[in-house]
Each structure stands twice: as structure tokens, then as C-alpha cells.
Design a protein around this ligand. Structure first.
Ligand SMILES: C[S@@+](CC[C@H](N)C(=O)[O-])C[C@H]1O[C@@H](n2cnc3c(N)ncnc32)[C@H](O)[C@@H]1O
Length: 323
């Protein structure tokens, strides 16, 4: 058993075909909660200092929950694009964060059983009875039995995963024949359709610096076709990819896009720092004052409604061929 002793939740273990992932030890209830403070943010360090460079503090948890609303709005309120049915599905959400997607799925599909896994135990304790959380590293070898899940969901892990082919092969193994896998990732780079976002814009420069720095660790952000390619290379069939614009700021005329932009702008208030400060100071060895200056300037520019910028959000799903 990998992680189940580590989290303080009531679990009906017996009817799950899972042991989680392989972890180095099982007796670390205290250290699983180990965090450090750095540049005013709290980071979880149990799986390694640089494993997740995003903070796990309350500001970050609020940001993740708000981003969930943004993702839902972009997808017309849908929690997923894959054509799963509402039967007795076994569903896995990798890198679940605050667990908000897993909880919503469990509420939406009361006959399903949903597991959310994450490096950090930041999920709520009171959850629907058909939902549970495990603390573990999805980049380690999985000990879930082959063909355990009808649906595996991965969202917004671009900043963390270095070896996608390896994780995709574990995902493939753990998916039931006929089951679906869905990945949703923000491309991260900033664009504008009207030329108002320029290469010299401090917001764009900070986004680019963050992405370029994380990519030196192999943590790649997708462009069109990346997620489709990932699923097809792993062996999934009937792969479909969709893309959505995520505007920053309430500049769009369309009401729904305006709301998305307004929420995304609130996210930026802590998000630029959440994504940037650790890569800048740890990898680029930047002085914290210099890093904060870049982040502060980016935040100021983000409020300028004359700059009509957006990122792309990509969603792709595929089906494991039936035997
Ligand atoms: C940007 S958050 C996204 C959370 C959630 N998927 C969502 O969309 O709301 C990334 C999450 O992935 C988790 N994570 C990063 N690397 C991981 C890994 N190797 N195994 C499990 N979880 C991981 C982080 O702890 C963090 O909670």
C-alpha cells in the first residue's frame, strides 16, 4: 500500500483496485505535511524541494479554485469533454490540487467513484462519500492495477511534469479498455488578435521567462496538437483536441468571455508570483528583489484594459481501444 496510511480520511479501501503509487516510505504522517516558507509563499517539500514549484498556501488554493471556475466557463460549464457515461465509473484525477474537480465529478456522478491524487494533502476532509484523496507522486511508478479506471483526468500539470511519455504509459496501463483519458492544459504564452500585446510587454516577458525557465526542466507547456500527440503516442484512439481562449481582463465584448477575463485577471494577482518566483530565484538564481520587481511590473500591466491578451487552453481526450 502506498499512500493510504498517510492521509486522514475515512476510506473504503476494499473495493478499490488500487494501491496508489510506489512511495519511498509509509511511516511519514508528520513529514507528508512538511512545508517551507520562501519569498513569502508556502511550498510543500515532502517529495523534493523542486518537485512542485507552485506554492500550496491559501492564496494558491483560492487561485486554483477560481481557475476551476474559469476552466468550467470556457467549457460551457462541462467538467469534461470525453463522452463518459453516468454509470459505475471509476475515475482518477491526477494532480487534483484542492480536489475541486474531483468533488464536482463525485457530486455530478453519484454512481461513480472518484479518486484525486496529489503531492500535497491540501484537499478538504469533508467530501462526497464517493470521493477520496490520496497523497502521492504521479511521476513515480504506479501500483494501481492495470485497467482500473474508466476515466482518467489530468488538468493543469504543465509546470510540474517532466516526463510525459512515462506518465502517459502509466495512464494507459491503468485505463480500462474502452475507457477515456482527458488532458487539459493551458498553453501559457500570451497572444493578442489585435496586436495590443507586444513582445516587450512586461506581462508577456514575465510569462515567457517563467515558461522558458520551467522548460529547461523538461516541463513543457503545450501548443496546438501537443495533447493530441501525447495521447496518440501513448496508444489512445479516436483522439480529439479542442482549444479555448482564456482572456486576461474584462476587455472582451462578449459577456461570457468578459466574465472569464475578469476571473482570470483576479487569478493573475497571485498567479504571476505563484508560477514565477520559485523558477526565477531557484533556477535562474535571481535576487528575490529583482524577481519581485519583474512580477510587480507584470501585475501592473495586467490591469491595462487596452491590452487585449489571452492564452490558449487545450483539452484533448482519447479512448483506450477495446481488446
Ligand atoms: C496547477 S495545480 C492544478 C490542480 C488541479 N489539477 C486543477 O486543475 O485544479 C497542479 C497540482 O499538481 C500537483 N502535482 C504536481 N506534480 C505532481 C505529481 N508529480 N504527482 C501528483 N501531483 C502533482 C501539485 O501539487 C498541484 O496541486
Amino acid at each position: 500500500m502506498a499512500s493510504q496510511g498517510l492521509i486522514e480520511m475515512e476510506m473504503e479501501v476494499n473495493d478499490w483496485s488500487s494501491d496508489g503509487y510506489v512511495t519511498s516510505t509509509q511511516s511519514l504522517r508528520a513529514s507528508i505535511n512538511e512545508t517551507i516558507f520562501e519569498n513569502g509563499r508556502r511550498y510543500h517539500t515532502y517529495y523534493g524541494y523542486d518537485k512542485n514549484m507552485l506554492p500550496v498556501d491559501e492564496a494558491e488554493q483560492d487561485r486554483l479554485d477560481l481557475h476551476h471556475e474559469v476552466f468550467l466557463s470556457m467549457m460551457d460549464g462541462k467538467l469534461h469533454a470525453a463522452p463518459i457515461d453516468s454509470g459505475k465509473q471509476r475515475i482518477l484525477d491526477i494532480g487534483t490540487g484542492t480536489g475541486i474537480w474531483a468533488v464536482d465529478m463525485a457530486d455530478t456522478y453519484p454512481n461513480a467513484k472518484v479518486i484525486g491524487t496529489d503531492l500535497s494533502p491540501i484537499q478538504p476532509k469533508w467530501v462526497p462519500p464517493n470521493c477520496r484523496f490520496e497523497v502521492d507522486d504521479a511521476e513515480l511508478e504506479w501500483t494501481y492495477r492495470a485497467e482500473s479506471f474508466d476515466f482518467i483526468h489530468v488538468r493543469n500539470l504543465a509546470a510540474s511534469i517532466s516526463d510525459w511519455p512515462r506518465m502517459m504509459s502509466e495512464i494507459y496501463r491503468a485505463t480500462k479498455p474502452g475507457g477515456y483519458v482527458e488532458i487539459g492544459e493551458l498553453g501559457g504564452r500570451l497572444f493578442s488578435d489585435d496586436g495590443t500585446m507586444t513582445e516587450e510587454n512586461p506581462l508577456k516577458k514575465s510569462f515567457d521567462l517563467t515558461i522558458d525557465t520551467l522548460e529547461t526542466l523538461g516541463r513543457t507547456f503545450p501548443v496546438a496538437g501537443t495533447l493530441q500527440g501525447r495521447l496518440e503516442a501513448a496508444g489512445f484512439a479516436d483522439v480529439k483536441e479542442f482549444s479555448y481562449k482564456q482572456p486576461y481582463g474584462p476587455w472582451p465584448k462578449d459577456k461570457r468571455m468578459k466574465q472569464i477575463g475578469a476571473m482570470a485577471l483576479v487569478m493573475l494577482d497571485t498567479g504571476i508570483e505563484a508560477y514565477g518566483i520559485a523558477p526565477y530565484t531557484r533556477i535562474l538564481k535571481m535576487d528575490p528583489g529583482e524577481a519581485s520587481k519583474i512580477i510587480h511590473e507584470a501585475k501592473e500591466v495586467a490591469k491595462d484594459l487596452s491590452i487585449h491578451t489571452h492564452s490558449m487552453y487545450y483539452v484533448a481526450y482519447g479512448r483506450k481501444p477495446a481488446e
